[in-house]
Design a protein around this ligand. Structure first.
Ligand code: DX5
Ligand code: ZN
Length: 220
C-alpha cells in the first residue's frame, strides 16, 4: 500500500482551503508541518492555527511536529481530530511515554529521525510506533534536495520492520521527494511519501500526486 501525503508547507498560505481542495481527491493524507522556531529555525503555525487546519481538512491529517519539548507540546495535538501525530526523537526526553500517551488518545503515534540520528537510536521504541519517519532533508524548510545517503537508513528500517513482523507500521520519508527521487525511496522500502514543493509548486498538483503514486507503484 502506497500513501502520498502532500505537505502544505509550500502551498499558498493565503488560500489553504483552495490549495487543499486541489489535491484532496487523489491524496491519502494531508501532511501538516508544525515548526516552532526553536527545534528548527523556522515557524509555521501555532496550535490554534494548526488545529483549525486539522478540523477543516477533509483528508486525514498527518501532523509532523518539529517542536521542542515534544513530551509536553505534542499532547494538545493528540487531542485534535488528526489521524497521526509525529514527534521527533531528538525533541523528546521520554519518547516511549510520549508515544504511549499519543496512542492513548486514539491517534497513530509516529517517531521521526533527523539525518544525523541513526535508525539504531529508535529501535527500542518501535513497539509503541504506528509509523517511522526517516527525514531525507534537514527539517525546517521545503524545497531542499533529497539526501540519497539516507537510503541505507530507510533500508535498515524496512529490514527491521519486516524481520520483526511489524506489518502495520508505516515507513515514511519526508524531504525532496519528487518524480526523480520517489522510486529510490520506494525501492529502499518506504510506503508513505511526503511531497511539498513537487506538488504545490506545480501547475497541476493533483497530476503530480497521481504521477508520484504511479512511479512508486511501478517499483518492483
Ligand atoms: C521539511 C518538512 C517537509 C517539507 C517537505 O522540514 O518536514 O514536510 O514540507 O518539502 P519538500 O517536499 O519541498 O522537500
Ligand atoms: Zn514534514
Amino acid at each position: 500500500m502506497i500513501r502520498i501525503c502532500p505537505s502544505i508547507l509550500n502551498a499558498n498560505f493565503d488560500d489553504l482551503p483552495g490549495e487543499i481542495l486541489k489535491i484532496s481527491e487523489v491524496s491519502d493524507l494531508l501532511h501538516l508541518d508544525v515548526m516552532d522556531g526553536k527545534f528548527v529555525p523556522n515557524f509555521t503555525f501555532d496550535f490554534a492555527k494548526a488545529s483549525a487546519i486539522i478540523s477543516a481538512s477533509k483528508l486525514p491529517v498527518d501532523v509532523h511536529l518539529m517542536i521542542a519539548d515534544a513530551d509536553n507540546e505534542a499532547i494538545p495535538y493528540a487531542k485534535t481530530e488528526a489521524l497521526s501525530i509525529t514527534i521527533h526523537f531528538e525533541a523528546c526526553t521520554n519518547p516511549l511515554a510520549t508515544l504511549k500517551r499519543i496512542r492513548s488518545f486514539g491517534k497513530r503515534a509516529a517517531l521521526a529521525v533527523k539525518p544525523n540520528t541513526p535508525f539504531g537510536a529508535i529501535e527500542e521504541l518501535i513497539q509503541e510506533c504506528d509509523m517511522i519517519l526517516i527525514m531525507t532533508v534537514e527539517p525546517g524548510f521545503g524545497g531542499q534536495s533529497f539526501m540519497k545517503e539516507m537510503l541505507p537508513k530507510v533500508e535498515a528500517a524496512r529490514n527491521y520492520l519486516d524481520q520483526k513482523g511489524y506489518r502495520d507500521i508505516w515507513l515514511e520519508v519526508d524531504g525532496g521527494v519528487n518524480e526523480e527521487t520517489i522510486a529510490l525511496a520506494r525501492r529502499a522500502g518506504a510506503d508513505t511519501f511526503v511531497a511539498g514543493s513537487a506538488v504545490f509548486k506545480s501547475e497541476n498538483p493533483a497530476g503530480v500526486v497521481e504521477t508520484l503514486r504511479h512511479l512508486a507503484d511501478a517499483v518492483k
